[in-house]
Design a protein around this ligand. Structure first.
Ligand code: NAP
Length: 255
């Protein structure tokens, strides 16, 4: 991403993006940073955090990098505490962490896997927001990363899809709870070739089939998702709350 291409909608703003050392989360942090935000990035591995911090700093972005496995309560608390200690407030929170540990049908999914899906994809976002909410500024904005699979959970990733459906409901519920000071929205990406999706997108035949399902005849990029997330997080979306934007090149999703 080139700095000069963008506006400066996040000048003076502080943004936390979870699971943000690569893929969609990294691009979101980069986009917010290039538009002037100080960004707090994190993931499970220190090495990945250091590498991502280096890349963002090289683009002139003010960045704080921390280890935060979203399932770890101490890590979540530290993420919020260190952000507030350094910057004094939180303007944007992007909840982007997810796992997809099973290809089994829902009724053949182990209880421990069901627990993990619920925990990482839904519960930890709620817990992180419980820690962050006392520090959210007036006019702040929360964005969830859902998925196009929220609308029609596909075989092979059905329970993952259902957790992403849950985020659509969570977006609505929290938009009401946190109004009028904080807006809450959601982005539902189609397939984007990242590490997370590589088990599908690295297969040439499957990749072609997915491209054919889009109207625009290509898979999404992490930058496509970052652009929609930045819009919802910005004051350009100041009269939008409780909504989900589908970023899928026209792949069938909903009316
Ligand atoms: P990705 O490229 O594989 O990146 C995942 C990032 O999350 C990495 O930085 C990883 O770093 C971090 N991470 C993984 N588990 C974590 C945990 N428990 N706690 C904290 N950080 C963790 O994945 P992605 O494709 O960008 O996916 C990001 C989000 O987009 C997910 O919510 C996913 O469901 C959603 N999504 C993706 C697609 C797609 O096609 N790619 C489509 C729709 C929705 P560490 O290894 O260092 O932890």
């Amino acid at each position: 991403m080139e700095k000069s291409k963008f506006g400066r909608r996040f000048e003076g703003k502080i943004a936390i993006v979870t699971a943000s050392t690569q893929g969609i989360g990294f691009s979101i942090a980069q986009r917010l940073g290039l538009e002037g935000a100080s960004v707090v990035i994190s993931s499970r591995k220190q090495r990945n955090v250091d590498e991502a911090v280096g890349k963002l700093k090289a683009q002139g972005i003010d960045v704080l990098g921390l280890v935060c496995h979203v399932s770890n309560a101490q890590h979540r608390k530290n993420l919020v505490d260190q952000t507030v200690q350094k910057y004094g407030k939180i303007d944007v929170v992007v909840l982007n962490a997810a796992v997809n540990p099973s290809v089994n049908p829902i009724l053949q999914t182990k209880e421990s896997t069901l627990d993990k899906l619920w925990e990482v994809n839904v519960k930890t976002s709620i817990l992180l927001l419980q820690d962050a909410s006392p520090h959210l500024s007036n006019g702040s904005s929360i964005v969830f990363t859902s998925s196009i699979s929220a609308f029609q959970p596909p075989p092979g990733m059905a329970m993952y899809g259902v957790t992403k459906t849950t985020l659509l409901g969570l977006t609505k519920a929290l938009a009401t709870e946190l109004a009028p000071n904080t807006r809450v929205n959601c982005v539902a990406p189609g397939f984007v070739p990242t590490h997370f999706a590589s088990y599908i997108t690295s297969n040439e035949t499957k990749r072609k089939a997915l491209e054919e399902m889009t109207s625009l005849k290509r898979l999404g990029t992490t930058e496509d998702v970052a652009a929609a997330t930045a819009f919802l997080a910005s004051d350009d979306a100041s009269y939008i709350t409780g909504e989900t934007i589908v970023v899928s090149g026209g792949t069938p999703s909903r009316l």
